[in-house]
Design a protein around this ligand. Structure first.
Ligand code: FAD
Length: 509
């Protein structure tokens, strides 16, 4: 065996091919890591997974980065969609979040582009304040994806050719795990079934042996902990520490189920997730090919499991006695040192933020990219801290801007102490009119922030000179541009096939 890898060594670039990577856990994170690392590094990879401990297996919605992963892995999109029961996702519709009966969209992509380098939000905002566009015209009315969601279009044209950049997938997480495992095994990943019961570290604090019940130990150079909330290596053996965010993000439990589709074969198939504000949290409804994935993420301090199950059943219109529900506990927070010695946590073992913006699978993908690119602990940890903190702030922002005070949950959510990074982002937005973004590869761009803030009436504070509506020519140009964006989208939407047709072209080629 080669000596353990000191944290500062640029392991993958120096001798990636000789390295043996041992992965504990066979959930989405474990198999995605195995397939990706085998493909990108060409080294030996072994996965040890328990046959007793179930995977979380809930992740059903993704963000556009998933397309890059498929592309980099050389996976055909049609094959992926057939195997995972996937549908297309163009955004999220938020119901009852800002207040009861309120609705807004968070579409993928930007919103109608820029005018003179300034996001359209500024022109829309000033035009609205000046009273020459109707108060009912929302910023997202200039988003192509919103229009497509409203008209149930998919990203392909009538011939099945993809003609949209920014979209993602809804998928069946159980089928995704099976698909990922097949890819990994086909790449030559070794697979062992057994329970990891402990590990031994050397004097330098590196893992040199991982004990598998009734079997030979797993001995590798680099260990990836994908054991989910159990965190058998990174926590139990490496004691890497945990930053708890439960005082900011109050939801700590979820109830999930599947609902038969309530649409017949001629009615539109939604290309978006519905997220609904509930009494003590929020629920999701995710259309899949064969059924709809549903769940309610809630705060156990504000509602019990039975009441949560009933509230979800009422919302989605299912008979409680006739539906299989699963209840899960969630630990909200992150591991500031996800890479310690020769052990790296990926997936739920490294952190969890409620799935409001569907970031779980993305965080796995991002960690793998950073692992390969950074190749050393300090940089990896710094970057992943930034990714997790931006995700936390972005998710928390949905609660912060809500005006709901109708239940104890929403009243408590409104008074949580904000992380200084989010407080500063909101302050700068309202004063300077721009969004503070992380230096390195932000997950959520400027437009994403406008999509969440503007429906709650929070608009960029500064009046930029190049959208000063008091100048008649500026007003004229802006009106023309806003109208042409709407026109263009109107024409473009007609070119996309219905979401249902897009899926037919894939599943019945
Ligand atoms: P798990 O799925 O928990 O897998 C852990 C694995 O480790 C299992 O195979 C288990 O058998 C194994 N294991 C555990 N202990 C041992 C041991 N001692 N020995 C050997 N093996 C062991 N993400 C999204 O992207 N989109 C979503 O819409 C989304 N929704 C979610 C909803 C909820 C309610 C939750 C909780 C999560 C959601 N996620 C979502 C996150 C997503 O589910 C996870 O990020 C993803 O599944 C990765 O999980 P994992 O593989 O890290 O952990």
């Amino acid at each position: 065996m080669t000596p353990p890898i000191p944290p500062e060594t640029h392991v993958f670039f120096d001798r990636a091919g000789d390295c043996h990577i041992g992965i504990v856990g066979g959930g989405t994170a474990g198999w995605m890591s195995a397939a990706t690392l085998k493909r990108r590094l060409g080294c030996r990879v072994t996965v040890v997974e328990s046959s007793q401990i179930p995977s979380i297996g809930v992740g059903e919605a993704t963000i556009p980065a998933m397309i890059d992963w498929l592309h980099n892995m050389g996976i055909d999109e049609d094959e992926f969609m057939r195997r995972t029961g996937a549908t297309f996702k163009l955004g999220i519709r938020f119901d009852d979040w800002v207040e009861p009966q309120h609705r807004y969209w968070h579409p993928f992509g930007n919103c109608g582009g820029t005018i003179d380098g300034l996001d359209l939000v500024h022109h829309w905002n000033h035009a609205k304040q000046a009273g020459w566009i109707a108060p009912s015209v929302a910023y997202t009315d200039f988003s192509l994806q919103t229009r497509m969601c409203e008209q149930a279009r998919g990203p392909r044209d009538q011939t099945g050719r993809c003609v949209l950049d920014n979209y993602a997938y809804h998928l069946d997480a159980g089928r995704l795990a099976v698909f990922l495992r097949e890819i990994a095994l086909a790449e030559g990943v070794e697979h062992r079934v057994g329970d990891v019961v402990g590990a031994r570290c050397d004097r330098d604090g590196n893992l040199n042996e991982v004990f598998v019940e009734n079997q030979a130990s797993l001995v590798a150079d680099l260990y990836i902990d994908c054991s989910g909330f159990a965190s058998v290596l990174i926590d139990r053996a490496m004691h890497s520490g945990w930053t708890d965010w439960s005082s900011q993000l109050l939801c700590d439990r979820a109830v999930v189920c599947r609902k038969r589709p309530d649409f017949d074969s001629t009615s539109p198939l939604r290309p978006y997730t519905i997220s609904t504000g509930m009494n003590a949290g929020w629920s999701w409804q995710i259309p899949l090919q064969e059924n709809t994935g549903c769940g309610y993420v809630y705060s156990s301090a504000h509602i019990g499991d039975d009441d949560a199950r009933q509230e979800l059943s009422r919302l989605i219109g299912v008979d409680e006695d006739d539906t299989d529900f699963r209840t899960l506990g969630m630990r909200v927070g992150m591991r500031p040192n996800g890479w310690v010695g020769n052990c790296v946590a990926i997936g739920l073992s490294s952190g969890f933020i409620e799935p409001l913006e569907s970031t779980g699978i993305f965080l796995v993908q991002r960690a793998l990219d950073e692992l390969v690119e950074c190749g050393r602990a300090e940089l990896f940890n710094a970057r992943m801290n930034e990714v997790y903190c931006q995700t936390r702030d972005f998710v928390l922002m949905h609660y912060v801007v809500s005006r709901r005070r109708d239940t104890a949950f929403w009243r408590d959510a409104a008074t949580v102490e904000l992380p200084s990074s989010l407080a500063r982002l909101l302050e700068v937005y309202q004063r300077e009119g721009h969004v503070l973004l992380p230096d390195h590869a932000p997950t959520f761009a400027e437009a994403n922030h406008h999509f969440i803030l503007t429906p709650a009436g929070i608009t960029p504070g500064r009046r930029f000179a190049n959208c000063d509506m008091s100048q008649p020519e500026m007003r004229e140009v802006t009106t023309e541009i806003l109208e042409s964006v709407v026109q263009q989208h109107h024409q473009l939407v007609a070119k996309f096939a219905s979401h249902r047709r897009c899926l037919e072209l894939i599943t019945e080629p």
